[in-house]
Write a protein that binds this ligand. Structure first.
Ligand code: GLA
Length: 376
């Protein structure tokens, strides 16, 4: 399936890992609807690893664990669809998944058909237990073709963590998004590391195959499977804004049944989601302020001519960011200027002599949506 905007949804892994079951999936789907997350654009409910029995059935098919999914997966898919949502599932190109359930190696077509029969709309495809002698790109192409021939439109979400120069071959596999990073953890160090990995690979994302920086940890507050120290609300806001500006898929990882108000506000920020889902799909660019990789400035040209500008302070001290309007494509002698607001606070951008400045606290960000107006 080709999606023209970064896919959005919720995934079980970050909080629940192996502790998943039908009730959790259906309650979480209901929560996506009742909290307004579905209306904000989150549509995929993704069951990650640990849903299957450890062995295939006599016909070589994957079997959902009957203790976790007593009515099978078609039932879950139907219920999720009835809520206006889509169902995602998980497998792996190796002999086993990362948590050691059966993988799809040499069973690609059988499994693609199984997922299609159940009514699955999205497949996350991992990279564990891959035989060293087989190339990841061939194995991903196999699954890409199997899904294309499965009889159902299934979004293919590659998850090879950027290994083996994924960016060079993923676009030939039929994948619609590709994991460019190792796993995220709920700490600011992890968020910062994943953002810094983007400087060199940004050209390899975009419409057709979005660069997936991994699921969001917003609102986990240290709880659950990848919960470590947790992050502050400022840090979660920075994390969410970076994923939006960099056009990463937005897959929520917290327990959506128990979100606090601040988490919901961050995840449903309309301005940021509009930047993430911008129809033009332009690739962003990223600069190091004062040549410091911990001070990224991210810019994205939007469909209506607006410019999204983000200042990200990942250092321990205050940062006085500035960018010249020339760097945003609107030189001050053009007879035009830029104006606009910060997306979280609503504060006006301050342009003086064609330079926009902003003082940003440690572990915090300022993101502006700027539009071009006639200079007075
Ligand atoms: C890998 C992936 C994670 C998750 C786990 C499941 O680590 O990168 O996102 O799917 O496997 O075991």
């Amino acid at each position: 399936m080709i999606k023209n905007t970064p896919p959005m949804g919720w995934n079980t892994w970050n909080t629940f890992a192996k502790d998943i079951n039908e009730a959790l999936i259906l309650q979480s789907a209901e929560a996506l609807v009742s909290t307004g997350l579905r209306a904000a654009g989150y549509e995929y409910v993704v069951i990650d690893d640990c849903w299957a029995l450890r062995e295939r059935d006599r016909n070589g098919r994957l079997v959902p664990d009957p203790e976790k999914f007593p009515h099978g997966m078609k039932y879950v898919a139907d219920a999720v669809h009835a809520m206006g949502l889509k169902l995602g599932m998980y497998s792996c190109c190796g002999a086993m998944t990362c948590a050691e359930y059966p993988g799809s190696l040499n069973r690609e077509y059988t499994d693609a058909r199984t997922f299609a029969r159940w009514g699955v709309d999205f497949l996350k495809y991992d990279y564990c237990f891959k035989p060293a002698g087989l190339e990841g790109k061939s194995l991903y192409r196999r699954m890409g073709l199997a899904l294309a021939n499965s009889g159902r439109d299934i979004l293919f979400s590659g998850c090879s963590w950027g290994s083996d120069d994924t960016h060079l071959w993923i676009g030939t596999t039929g994948a619609n998004m590709w994991r460019s990073t190792p796993d995220i953890f709920d700490s600011f160090e992890s968020v910062k590391d994943l953002i810094k990995r983007q400087y060199d690979i940004l050209p390899y994302g975009g419409i057709g195959c979005f660069n997936d920086m991994d699921m969001l940890v917003v609102g986990m507050h240290g709880k659950g499977n990848v919960g470590l120290t947790g992050c502050t609300d400022d840090e979660y806001r920075l994390h969410f804004a970076a994923w939006c500006l960099l056009a990463s898929p937005l897959m929520i990882g917290c327990d959506v049944r128990a979100m606090d108000g601040e988490t919901k506000r961050t995840l449903t920020n309309r301005e940021l989601i509009a930047i993430s889902q911008d129809a033009r799909g332009n690739r962003p660019y990223m600069m190091k302020f004062w040549d410091n990789a911990d001070l990224p400035v991210i810019v994205r040209a939007l469909a209506n001519g607006d410019v999204a500008l983000g200042f990200f302070n990942m250092t321990e001290g205050n940062a006085n960011f500035w960018v010249s309007a020339d760097d945003l494509g609107v030189p001050c002698f053009s007879g035009k200027r830029l104006e606009g607001k910060e997306v979280y606070t609503g504060e006006e951008a301050r342009f003086v002599n064609g330079v926009v400045q902003s003082e940003v606290r440690p572990h915090s960000c300022a993101v502006y949506r700027l539009h071009v107006v006639n200079a007075r």
